[in-house]
Structures are given as C-alpha cells and as structure tokens.
Design a protein around this ligand. Structure first.
Ligand SMILES: Nc1ncnc2c1ncn2[C@@H]1O[C@H](COP(=O)(O)OP(=O)(O)OP(=O)(O)O)[C@@H](O)[C@H]1O
Ligand SMILES: [Mg+2]
Length: 299
C-alpha cells in the first residue's frame, strides 16, 4: 500500500516501524525528498546505514525499490537502456525477402526491442518507485553528467526513438563513501544528508532493535566499548554494522558480560586490520582486565 507522509514525525515513526531508527536530520531530509521531489545525496563512512535507508524508505512508502549498484566503468548500456541485439537480429532474419529496410528498421527500433536498465525502469514504472543509486563515487564524471540530465528533467533521449518522459517520479537516493569528490553540479541538484556514527543512546537502540534478546547491560557495555574503539586512530573504525554483528556473536556464544577474555576472543568481529587489532588490544583490552588492586583484600 502506498504511503504519503504528512510530516517529519510521520516519516520518523514510519521508518521505525520498518526497522530503521532515523536520526533527526535523516527523518527531515527524507520527508523533504518525498515532498520536493528532489534526489538526496547520502554521504558518510562505511556501514552507517546509507543503503539501508533507501530500503527502509521503499518499505515504508510502499514503493518498489529499484537499485543501481555503481562500479568503475559502469556505462549507459548497463544503467539506462540497451537495444536487444539478438532479438533485433532474429526479427530481421524472419523477415521475408523483398521487405524494404525502411519497414524493418521502424520495427526493430521500437520499445519492444529495448532492454530497460534500472534508471529507465525507475522512470518508466507505472507506480512510483524508490530509486537507489548506490556508491555513485565509484563511477566516473561522464556518468555523473549523464545522470544529471536524468535527475533534473526526468526524461531520457533515445536517438532512434525520441524523448521518453517519466511516467512517474521516483524518490531518488544516491549514496557515496566519499572516495572522490562529486561535482558541484550534482550536489546542487540534490538535498544533502551526512550520516555519521550515531551517539551512544541512538546506537544502543539500533543494536537492541537488531538483537532484542541481548541483555540491556551487556548491550550498553558493547556500545560503550565500540565508541571507545572509534576514538582511537584506526585504519577502519567499527561501524554500526560491526556493532550489530558483535551483538549477534555475543548472543551466539552465550556471553553475559564483556570481560577482557571475551573481548580478546571476539574483537576481530569489530576490528579488521592486523595493526588495528594490536592497537585495540593494548588500548582497550587492558581496560577490561580486572584491576590488580581490586583483588587485594582491603588493608
Ligand atoms: N538507523 C538505523 N536503524 C537500523 N539499522 C541500521 C541503522 N543504521 C544502520 N543500520 C544497520 O547497519 C547495517 C549497515 O548499514 P548499510 O549497509 O546501510 O551501511 P552503508 O552506509 O550502506 O555502508 P557501505 O558504505 O559499506 O555500503 C545494516 O545491517 C543496517 O540494518
Ligand atoms: Mg551501502
């Protein structure tokens, strides 16, 4: 069932209901996107919920999710549309001799011979969709330029067919891990959302949502440790994704506290670089050791 939010609170509640706990600016920008029809550029470190936001919005709005996963070398043929050469060839072969080229040509460059790729699917859909253009920073600038045209006019020009206008307007989310600076032209056309690591209480709620069986005390300790680890100067600080994995791992192992021993055994769930492991073991691991002074009977 399609949903049209009436307020920012509506969006916040709706996203929660489908399992995504938005921060204030996330709910606000998502609401504006549905009202203004502008694409949203979501940037931030890995594993903070950029992709998941698009999935959650699609569930909440009751719209299909169309996803374009970007990579180096992605081109129009894979993103927009492509002619179905095999079908065209077959069509030409089945034509009886004597039919003029003109007649065949008109036929084989019709919509029936077009293969729709995600961007075209999104604007040609009869029901409005959520379009996720994931990891746009992996593509090159020419691709970005092509995208701009689509995002500002919501139309596609196909030389053999002419202009194809959008049947419906999608809610568009572009995500980026910031591996390269995106062009000003693209940023100008988008609303901007910066997703960062959440604060302690927010992250605790997210972890509890994903692992409700984990006790409150241990969940809180987990998040506190993750925050401590993020303070260190690491190659790759743990993200929300790692906190969630760690909670699941601790549950599976039946841990009811995170002491030095449990931490040592499981810290590779949240830290994934050899050098980071050493840093974390010495800086955080030792803090969890029972203090020698505690063990001594009071004098
Ligand atoms: N606000 C949130 N509420 C609920 N779950 C969340 C939230 N933020 C992140 N998560 C969870 O964290 C995990 C990672 O999220 P996601 O895959 O969207 O990260 P990402 O930012 O797209 O990372 P990458 O840049 O590596 O693709 C997912 O399992 C997602 O469910
Ligand atoms: Mg992602």
């Amino acid at each position: 069932m399609a949903n049209t939010p009436a307020s920012v609170e509506d969006v916040a509640t709706g996203l929660k209901q489908v399992g995504y706990l938005p921060g204030e600016s996330t709910a606000l920008v998502s609401y504006l996107a549905t009202q203004l029809g502008k694409p949203v550029l979501v940037e931030g470190p890995a594993g903070v919920g950029k992709t998941e936001l698009a999935k959650a919005l699609s569930k909440y709005l009751g719209r299909k999710l169309v996803r374009l996963q970007c990579y180096e070398g992605l081109d129009e043929a894979k993103a927009l549309y492509e002619w179905n050469y095999r079908k065209q060839l077959l069509r030409i072969q089945t034509e009886s001799d004597g039919t003029g080229w003109e007649a065949v040509q008109d036929d084989i460059f019709g919509e029936e011979f077009l293969l729709q790729r995600p961007l075209m699917t999104a604007i040609a859909s009869a029901d409005p969709v959520v379009l996720l253009i994931d990891e746009i920073d992996k593509t090159d600038q020419e691709f970005e330029a092509m995208l701009l045209e689509l995002l500002s006019d919501f139309q596609i020009s196909i030389p053999e067919l002419g202009r194809i206008d959008a049947r419906t307007q999608p809610v568009v989310l572009l995500t980026s891990n910031n591996t390269r600076e995106l062009t000003e032209a693209l940023k100008r056309r988008c609303l901007y959302l910066w997703l960062d690591y959440p604060d302690l209480e927010h992250e605790l709620q997210i972890v509890q949502l994903h692992s409700p069986e984990l006790g409150e005390d241990i969940a809180r300790k987990l998040v506190e440790i993750v925050h401590m680890v993020r303070e260190l100067d690491l190659k790759k600080p743990p993200s929300i994704a790692e906190s969630i994995d760690w909670a699941r791992a601790l549950l599976l192992l039946g841990a009811d506290d995170i002491n030095a021993n449990t931490f040592k055994k499981t810290m590779s769930v949240i830290v994934k670089h050899r050098t980071d492991l050493d840093t974390v073991a010495t800086r955080v691991g030792v803090k969890l050791e029972p203090q020698a002074t505690d063990a001594r009977p009071a004098a």
